[in-house]
Ligand binder design. Structure first.
Ligand code: KG4
Ligand code: ZN
Length: 349
């Protein structure tokens, strides 16, 4: 029989975080994240290594999650896992683990889209700085390592992508630029730290001229990489001598691009409730600029707390909870997918 306050476990393995979380309704009982630091050495995620490490670490993350939640395995009412988009072999590891768990405990399995989960994380109690839930409709801006999308959200499972990147994702762009500067992968937070005392107007990087609500970051990435190369030819200590201003200027140009697009999205949709998600949305400069702009333009802005912005299992568990309430269970035969969806609706699985 279905419970009013079910205990749901969420398993996330789409990229380089092995994450297992347990929720009871929309309360978090545990949120275990094991980062795969090995990729630092290679300057980016190595898919084969990521899958192997998920396989090695999932049981540990699962046991920790059960321990922290102070529950017994037989109290779990359903298993939810990321089904895509992401690295296919990493997804396969998480899905196979989840299927075995569901079969072993004789409970249903719920499959969850990673992007949808990044947005629905805002429905966990106290997951954002507003400490309240956004009301529908709203505009979701998902900015992460692998994805950049503007999504019109009409309901928990009624979402439509109205803008997305035509080439590189924002986080991927930031990580490549950060690597050129000399930071370890993933370099987003290093750029944030070094930009702290920098002059964000010192260097100017032209904005991509992309019509409509789509993004393009490959031109900006190439421009900045070439700019750094050319300056370093003239002055071998260019990076060292300008690191703060360089990081601050990069951050400013990125946050200007995002705000411009969201401005346009607000005008086009007549929706002024904005919900940020994904790892890049933990960047303080982006948060500050969005906050200032939101105040001036009367936007109702929602920013996730850092542990809910980057990949986590709680976002999978909460999405699983909403699916549980709607009987949106999956077949044990379901297979993962690697690419982003354009429409999220209960009729399209
Ligand atoms: O959402 P996420 O954890 O994983 C994906 O779904 O891809 O996002 C990871 C991305 C990385 O590119 C990382 O550099 C970026 O988020 N990131 C940041 C910051 N923290 C993480 N980018 C800018 N500033 C940050 N503070
Ligand atoms: Zn993500």
């Amino acid at each position: 029989m279905k419970k009013k306050n079910p205990i749901i476990i969420g398993i996330e393995s789409s990229c380089d975080e092995t994450a297992v979380s347990i929720v009871e309704s929309n309360n978090i009982l545990s949120n275990i994240i094991i980062h795969q630091n090995i990729h630092k050495k290679y300057g980016g995620v190595v898919p084969e290594l990521a899958a192997r490490l998920h396989d090695e670490k999932l049981l540990e993350a699962f046991n920790k999650s059960i321990f922290v939640a102070k529950i017994k395995q037989n109290q779990i009412d359903a298993v939810s896992c990321t089904i895509g988009p992401g690295l296919i072999n990493s997804l396969l590891v998480g899905c196979s683990f989840s299927k075995s768990l569901a079969m072993g405990l004789n409970i249903p399995i719920i499959t969850v889209d990673h992007i949808q989960a990044h947005i629905l994380v805002h429905f966990i109690k106290n997951a954002n700085f507003n400490n309240r839930f956004p009301t529908f409709p709203f505009l979701g801006l998902v900015i992460s390592g692998g994805h950049t999308q503007i999504i019109k959200v009409n309901g928990y499972f009624y979402m439509k992508v109205i803008g997305s990147t035509l080439d590189n994702a924002l986080g991927e762009t930031i990580d490549k630029i950060a690597r050129k500067i000399g930071f370890n992968y993933p370099g987003g937070s290093s750029i944030e730290i070094y930009s702290k005392y920098g002059n964000n107007k010192k260097f100017f990087f032209p904005k991509p001229l992309i019509k409509g609500l789509n993004f393009s970051f490959s031109g900006l990435k190439t421009y900045i990489l070439k700019f750094i190369e050319n300056q370093t030819k003239k002055d071998p200590f260019f990076i060292k001598n300008n690191i703060h201003d360089l990081c601050a200027s990069i951050q400013k140009s990125i946050s200007d691009i995002l705000i411009d697009k969201m401005n346009q999205a607000v005008i086009e949709t007549d929706i002024n409730r904005i919900v940020l998600s994904g790892g890049v949305s933990s960047n303080k400069e982006i948060i500050n600029n969005f906050s200032v702009h939101a105040k001036k333009n009367n936007w109702d802005l929602f920013i996730p707390k850092k542990c809910f912005a980057t990949d986590n299992g709680a976002m999978i568990a909460i999405t699983g909870f909403f699916k549980y309430k709607r009987n949106m269970f999956s077949s044990i035969k379901i297979s993962p997918y690697s690419k982003c969806k354009q429409i999220y609706s209960p009729t399209i699985s």
